[in-house]
Design a binder for this molecule. Structure first.
Ligand code: 4GY
Length: 223
């Protein structure tokens, strides 16, 4: 999959050279391109922001550099174009799986108070939010989306890692343990060392239900 990020801070995306995402990039499973919106500004000082019409605090990203950048990286509009913002529809695991089937994603990262609405109306297919809090820019949300999508690309994770998720079936995950058997007075639950896989599955389902009831009762409600 190809992902093009449009940002004023392309260097931030070097964070994705580490760990599993770094390997996916090196193996060519994820082709990530971070494009500086400023390179497309036609302003003599390469400005990309201006004061809001109607007044108010802060600056707004101007539509020209954004429009020119999008048209340069996605001629013919073959890609699926996403703007990350708290106003967007919630990004869910279901949406992540669907997005992982796209050939080319373009992610637009806003800054300051946001981008001129005409850039969204003219050039964006979908506005997505990673959660109900406000960050200083769209770069971290874009990285969250890239991380979540990359897990579903062929050959990035072992199939078992993804199967385990569907085992949880809409519940939160059961607790994990590894060696040592006892750490600072806390022992690994006996059942996990019993070798009885029916009992282990039963224990894990109970624990998943228990933590879901405690932390996310909304996930247990019908619909
Ligand atoms: N939450 N989900 C989010 C965000 C920062 C002002 C527009 C979020 O997706 N994006 O908080 N983004 C804002 C900052 C410009 C993006």
């Amino acid at each position: 999959m190809k992902i093009t990020v449009l940002t004023l801070f392309p260097e931030m995306f070097s964070a994705l050279d580490e760990s599993i995402l770094g390997r996916a990039k090196r193996e060519g499973k994820l082709q990530l391109e971070a494009v500086n919106i400023r390179d497309y500004s036609e302003d003599k000082h390469l400005k990309c922001d201006d004061y809001p019409f109607g007044g108010g605090a802060g600056m707004v990203m101007t539509p020209q550099p954004i429009g020119s950048a999008i048209e340069a990286v996605d001629r013919g509009h073959g890609a699926h174009r996403i703007y990350l913002s708290p106003k967007g529809r919630p990004l869910t695991q279901e949406r992540v799986v669907k997005l992982s089937e796209e050939e080319h994603l373009v992610l637009l990262c806003g800054h300051y108070e946001g981008v001129d609405q005409r850039a969204i109306d003219l050039f964006i297919d979908e506005e997505l939010s990673i959660g109900d809090y406000v960050l200083t820019g769209g770069e971290l949300p874009a990285m969250v989306l890239i991380d979540a999508v990359t897990r579903y690309l062929d050959g990035v994770l072992s199939p078992e890692s993804l199967v385990q998720e569907s085992f949880s079936e809409g519940l939160l995950e059961y607790p994990h343990y590894t060696r040592p058997v006892e750490y600072r007075g806390l022992a690994v639950p006996e059942v996990l060392r019993s070798g009885n896989h029916a009992e282990i599955d039963k224990w894990r389902r109970e624990k998943a239900l228990e933590i879901t009831r405690k932390n996310r009762p909304d996930l247990l409600k019908p619909e």
